[in-house]
Write a protein that binds this ligand. Structure first.
Ligand code: FES
Length: 125
């Protein structure tokens, strides 16, 4: 036993969770980005959307058929009228609550993930 060693697996996990999802400067106003996160012990892809200084996040999973929303990693479609469009079959989501307003899963919603902006970065809450 070494009394001088203070790290442990749980400490290492704590350090990993203390990292931000993304620097805010990498997320343009009105734009999207993808970030990886561990949620409830599972590795997940998140969709981040920035509106001014506010950032919203959802799981990168479409409620229609469970596919990713992006057409390539981190590449999301936005319609002219400001909707997120799933690359698989075209479901369109409003970007306030993540509700599908047109397409095959109309009325269903993306699963929101709580995030906040501080110190110039986006963090899981
Ligand atoms: S999986 Fe998104 S519209 Fe079908």
């Amino acid at each position: 036993m070494s009394e001088g060693v203070r790290t442990s697996l749980s400490d290492a996990a704590g350090i990993a969770e203390a990292a931000p999802l993304l620097a805010l400067e990498r997320l343009p106003d009105g734009g999207f980005a993808e970030a990886a996160a561990t949620i409830d012990g599972d590795a997940e892809s998140l969709l981040l959307y920035r509106e001014g200084e506010r950032v919203r996040a959802w799981l990168n999973i479409c409620p229609h058929a469970g596919r990713r929303l992006d057409w390539a990693p981190g590449q999301f479609l936005k319609s002219r009228d400001g909707l997120l469009v799933c690359a698989a079959h075209g479901a369109s989501f409003e970007l306030d609550g993540g509700v599908c307003v047109a397409g095959p899963c109309r009325g269903e919603a993306l699963r929101a993930v709580a995030v906040s902006v501080r110190d110039g970065a986006v963090w899981l809450d």
